[in-house]
Design a protein around this ligand. Structure first.
Ligand code: FUB
Length: 443
């Protein structure tokens, strides 16, 4: 799972970057990304994440922002850097403090909101929130010379209601705040007001959206040890909001932060969030993910269970990274990094014993065009695996003889049956010979 990217010339990068093919979680594999604010602009999803780096300290290091976009939630284009701390007049770039951003369109302009530590503060080092404006969702964005007046804090989230009134939500002092925005989207039209009646405890990263006349106010909240994502519902963008519960439990991998956005795209709802998939030992280097989100009939939100498979279809003719599985056998299947020293190379699947299996859902085989399967594999002995569809007991698509080779090699095998349309793919170990699989691709 690698991405190639041409050189990006500052914020002038428009469509210069190669389109990667990442159907799975995490969505971006060539850099650390966090705090995804996903928006639909002109039938395309644009994702504005923070950009984590490892600067050798034990804290966040965030110097710039990229924007990514996708039409199918599978293939993501990196449009390059849209804002860099050194080019924003009011930002103190010794702090590497470009935390969670968001973007919204009003009339024909795109307003990008971002927090940072400002220059010219005497003692207080409280971040402020600034705005940058563009004619396009992918930039170039022109930052305002000064941060917004009176907005001290992080994690800005703009919202425009159906009547055209705009609002800004943000986090400060472990609490959440809101205010109306002026027509120009750059100034507050009302005094900041704390969002009340929320559960006690650390809160940040607010995200407000409207559905069927209800205003969903969602936010990361430390209930036990780390951040869960929770929500409240109100009848007005300024509340009051009634607390409703958890959208996503705290990270099973121990990532302390989570930060999200929720959007409807082509009739489906999605939760964008982050975990620390590519940096299991340092949770300040995070990676964005997406999973489907569903509502109950009464408008409440069903809990989202994080998956590796993520969202979107994977073409059978792309490299199918089966380690981003949907289901896995109870015994005999392991997932490991391909190279512990280069984690961005991704993962491999190890099928250790006969009967071990792994399932990868929603593979698009198209219109009966595929004739054979390529599998990138390592095996110390000869053996057999089967490719099945739909289920571990489903029809056998290919019975593949594994040749012995301790180096990665590609085996090509003709198909016994030629699937068409969308199927779940299952790889089943048919011998007691351990095999390591990087990817499978049909042709
Ligand atoms: O990315 C830095 C900070 O971590 C964000 O601003 C918070 O929401 C948390 O995700």
């Amino acid at each position: 799972m690698k991405i190639a990217c041409f050189h990006v010339i500052g914020s002038l990068c428009l469509w210069l970057c190669f389109t990667g093919t990442f159907a799975q979680n995490p969505l971006i594999m060539d850099q650390f990304t966090a705090d995804p604010s996903a928006r639909v602009f002109k039938d395309r999803v644009y994702m504005y994440p923070s950009h984590d780096e490892n600067c050798g300290t034990d804290w966040f290091c965030m110097k710039d922002y990229h924007v990514f976009s996708s039409q199918n939630l599978t293939d993501w284009t990196d449009h390059g850097v849209i804002i860099s701390q050194g080019t924003v007049p009011w930002v103190d770039s010794t702090f590497n403090s470009l935390w969670a951003p968001d973007c919204i369109k009003k009339d024909s302009l795109y307003y990008f909101y971002f927090p940072a530590i400002t220059r010219n503060q005497s003692k207080r080092r409280m971040p402020q929130i600034g705005v940058a404006v563009s004619n396009y969702p992918y930039g170039p964005f022109k930052p305002e010379p000064e941060p917004m007046n009176g907005v001290f804090g992080i994690d800005p989230n703009p919202f425009i209601d159906k009547d055209g009134q705009a609002y800004l939500y943000w986090a400060a002092h472990r609490c959440l705040y809101m205010a109306r925005l002026k027509e120009n989207m750059k100034e507050l039209a009302s005094e900041p007001k704390e969002v009340k009646n929320l559960p006690s405890g650390f809160k940040e990263g607010p995200y407000l959206f409207e559905r069927n006349g209800s205003y969903y106010f969602s936010f990361p909240h430390v209930i036990k040890k780390t951040e869960a994502i929770v929500y409240a519902i109100g009848k007005n963008p300024m509340g009051p909001f009634e607390y409703k519960g958890i959208i996503m439990d705290e990270s099973p991998t121990g990532c302390w932060t989570n930060h999200h956005s929720i959007l409807e795209y082509q009739g489906h709802w999605y939760l964008f969030y982050h975990h620390n998939d590519l940096s299991p030992d340092f949770d300040k280097n995070r990676s964005v993910r997406a999973d489907s989100l569903f509502f109950n009939e009464d408008g409440t939100i069903q809990k989202v269970i994080p998956t590796l498979r993520g969202v979107g279809l994977t073409s059978a003719m792309q490299k199918i990274q089966i380690d981003r599985f949907s289901k896995i056998s109870d015994k005999g299947t392991l997932i490991r990094f391909l190279d512990e020293q280069n984690k961005m190379d991704g993962w491999k699947t190890i099928l250790n014993v006969k009967g071990a299996w792994i399932q990868y859902n929603s593979v698009d085989f198209g219109d009966q065009k595929v004739k054979s399967a390529n599998i990138k594999i390592i095996s110390e002995k000869t053996g057999h695996i089967e490719l099945r569809i739909d289920d571990v007991e489903g029809p056998v698509v290919a019975h593949i003889k594994i040749t012995q080779d301790e180096d990665w090699h590609i085996i090509n095998s003709a198909l016994d049956i030629v699937p068409a349309g969308i199927h779940d793919l299952v790889v089943v170990q048919e011998s007691d010979v351990p095999v390591e699989i990087d990817w499978i691709r049909f042709e």
